[in-house]
Design a protein around this ligand. Sequence first.
Ligand SMILES: [Ca+2]
Length: 290
Amino acid sequence: KTRSEVLLPLFFFFLFFVFLTLLSLTSSGCSPGWETIKLDDKVAFQSSVYTASGVNYTADRALDGDNTTGSHTVPQPISWWTVDLLGLYEISCISIYNVNQDNIDLRGARILIGNSSERNAADTTECATINTTTKGENNTFNCENGPKWGRYVTVYKNTSGLVILCEVTMKGRKKEPFKLIKENKTWEDALYHCREEHMDLVSILDKETQGWVGLEAQKADTPFVWLGLQYICGFGFWIWVNDQCVFFDQWAPDETRTAVCSTRAAMNTSGNHLWYKKSVYDKYNFICAV
Ligand SMILES: [Ca+2]
């Protein structure tokens, strides 16, 4: 045998060994390449709040960057903790740190990710089931079958007991499907701007999109933002700029469906983000689909 005939199989065996070692290293932590999501400016809430010695163990204590403070519910048949990420994220993994304390046992709790704060909503998917007590160390849970999309991350425990979380961290990346443009333009100029720079003026076809657009609208300088909803006055109906009919709507209670020509729809930037009829010549900030 030549020298290379002997060495080549050895070399491949070595590569295989390195591969196995790397695999075992990565499976214990979060998959590489994901950013840590900033959580101390997000909003957390939970099923109940435990109070002792004048301290309220509120949900936000799991996000304050301090391992010595924790959120704590009271024992109930179902306990949960939820963070609203105030945006759409692709989430790869969640890590939970807890101190070593007798009443902490999260085994069987599920980590849920979705776009509704209702934990049993149809669009909620499971990231992982917690299989350790999470006591006395930082435990990382990678989302099974790949990263999950969502705005709300929930630790959901329906096997009586309580949910204690000293510190929660997660990795992923933000996705921004809508963009507020802080320029005051007429409806048509807004439409041209969106179509040139992005995809289109936004169309809202469901409650979920209404929620996203409402979040973006809160940052506007003007009391209303333009939506891609136009009135076809010759035929007397409303239609989205992506040619979709209006099945979901959020009109303000006193707004009638009929309008004069040159009317378009704008969203109120405060309150419940209801829709109002506005003259096509009014100038507002606007929201593009990107
Ligand atoms: Ca904490």
